[in-house]
Design a protein around this ligand. Sequence first.
Ligand SMILES: Cc1cc2nc3c(=O)[nH]c(=O)nc-3n(C[C@H](O)[C@H](O)[C@H](O)COP(=O)(O)O)c2cc1C
Length: 392
Amino acid sequence: MAGITRHVEVVLEGLTIGPLRLTTNLCLSPLAGYTNLPFRLVVREVGGVGLATTDLVNARSLLEKRPKAWKLVETRPADQPLAVQLFGARPDEMAAAAQLVETLGAACVDINMGCPVRKVCQVGAGSALMRDMDQAVAVARAMVKAVRIPVTAKMRLGWDARNITAPELARALEDVGVAAVFVHGRTREQGFTGRVSLDGIRQVVRAVRNIPVIGNGDVTTPEAAWVMLKETGCAGVSIGRGAFYDPWIFRRTWAYLSRLRTGDSTGDQHSDQEIPPEPTFEERLQVMRRHLDLLVEVFGEESACKMFRKIGPWYARRFGPNHEFNRRIVHLQRRDEFEEIVATYCRWRQQFCDAEGNLLPRYQPPPLTASFLAPDEVAEVVSVPSGPVEFW
Ligand SMILES: Cc1cc2nc3c(=O)[nH]c(=O)nc-3n(C[C@H](O)[C@H](O)[C@H](O)COP(=O)(O)O)c2cc1C
């Protein structure tokens, strides 16, 4: 009990990345195509997130002032603290882009060491950096010299099971001034299959001397976040797809960790009551609506509605029966149409509810489970959004 309380207390001190002090140790992972300004604002408004990051941004495109790259770094004062993730292989370009990011007001700049796209790897960027330690270190060193904000790196455990390079790489990066390392507990070869290796993350925690290591992979519940923290000794947890299922995950996890500290728990066995409940259907609708409104503000109605066609179904995964919603939302064209779709769906959903309007237990979506908490070897527990992301 004393051990667990002390560990939670350390965690509840928040996370410090170089001079940057975060209010919680929970971070939003970059999800290209999803972690844009509207989604970051939604997650921040819901609460509990210590640091949010942009999608990966091509350093050269940023320097060449390409509009798409600049749109990716669009931010607002409410979108702080913000990390901008850059990819590139040339130290001079990455350093210049980091300076640019600093002038735009980013709180820190992250180096992508995970992108598998051939075009990126062929020029030595993304996950290719995990195979070329000298280049990775040269890039990091140049960036650290160029900016005052902390420079961080995000990686997988290694290229494949025979090449687990993350511990050595993390240590080498620390030596040139990298302020924190984010590690997804799978190899590039694994894609999103198999279990997240808590042991693999632990090895990285042990390899560095002082900098925080932030664990990542398959965290979809407050309990999974706590298990990752406890089992690996990592200083924080970064959540990607789990936030898409549930933008409340940061708030719920932070509340859960705080309750563990108050000493109500009886050791490592926590009852379900200690885990804050999932949001109600009405709350989900409210936040989903806010998400759409922010998309309209930032991208304009037409693009926002197109983008929302793939976002809406993620919210609907926790609605219970959702066919009627998904069937229509994937054709969304106008903001006002959304209200009509929701109203029709709510009427349709009544048939699965009791007299108080609550979903009958047999229609409730099954609880989410992290791969590392599942009893048996599983192929994939958390869905992966469609697109060329198999090896992120
Ligand atoms: C659709 C998608 C896009 C992603 N984009 C990026 C990215 O731009 N940069 C990056 O470092 N990782 C990216 N990732 C990897 C995630 O940041 C994260 O490491 C991975 O999804 C595991 O965490 P999770 O299980 O919490 O999602 C992406 C993953 C997905 C599914």
